[in-house]
Write a protein that binds this ligand. Sequence first.
Ligand SMILES: C[S@@+](CC[C@H](N)C(=O)[O-])C[C@H]1O[C@@H](n2cnc3c(N)ncnc32)[C@H](O)[C@@H]1O
Length: 216
Amino acid sequence: MAAAKPGETASLEQIRRHWDRQAPKYDKAMGRIERRVFGDGRTWVCSKARGRTLEVAIGTGRNLPLYPEDVELVGIDLSPRMLEIARKRAREGGHDADLREADAQRLPFADAEFDTLVSTLSLCSVPDLDATVAEMRRVLRPGGRMLLLDHVRPTSAPVRWGLLVLQWLINVVEPGNGEQMMRRPLPVVRSQGLVIEESERFKAGAVERLVARKPE
Ligand SMILES: C[S@@+](CC[C@H](N)C(=O)[O-])C[C@H]1O[C@@H](n2cnc3c(N)ncnc32)[C@H](O)[C@@H]1O
């Protein structure tokens, strides 16, 4: 198994294996908590997608039924097992989608190919957040929008401490998990030159959703 690079908690191969193992349980586990933790976040994000749209780290495709009908959807994920479930969901009426295995840190697409970039609950899992946002920016056309939803470093100190303990436990029990509890994509998105048009933070500052535009 490839070792993690310096600064990463898990290698890409470890993360792929982790999500392949999680795939059969993911929908049930996520279905139990996502309304409580993320509210209407998935609908909020997906309803804003327009035109040719790339969902990065699409997982089992839980967002598929939430996109407007006329969105032309492409989805990538690292885990073949997560993608298998996404393909089944697409076939069963979720939404037509071209689903491919790929690394979010090296997207197999041309510059400015997409009108919209989406990522939900995934920028906490990729090994390198800056590289992933840079790739998402590269394939987004000028004037296009990036739509994100994730758990982030909480503003509340007690919640932050609780999540730091959870992070420590995850690292000890399952080092290949790759989950990052203290990340926050918004400053990274802004530092890469996108303009934040909307952002909302809730649940003690531990959940954030945003719309960012790539300048023309
Ligand atoms: C918590 S799941 C979220 C899935 C989905 N986005 C959702 O909203 O339910 C995290 C996903 O990120 C994917 N992932 C992690 N690192 C990745 C990478 N470097 N490239 C592509 N996908 C990645 C995992 O395979 C997994 O499907």
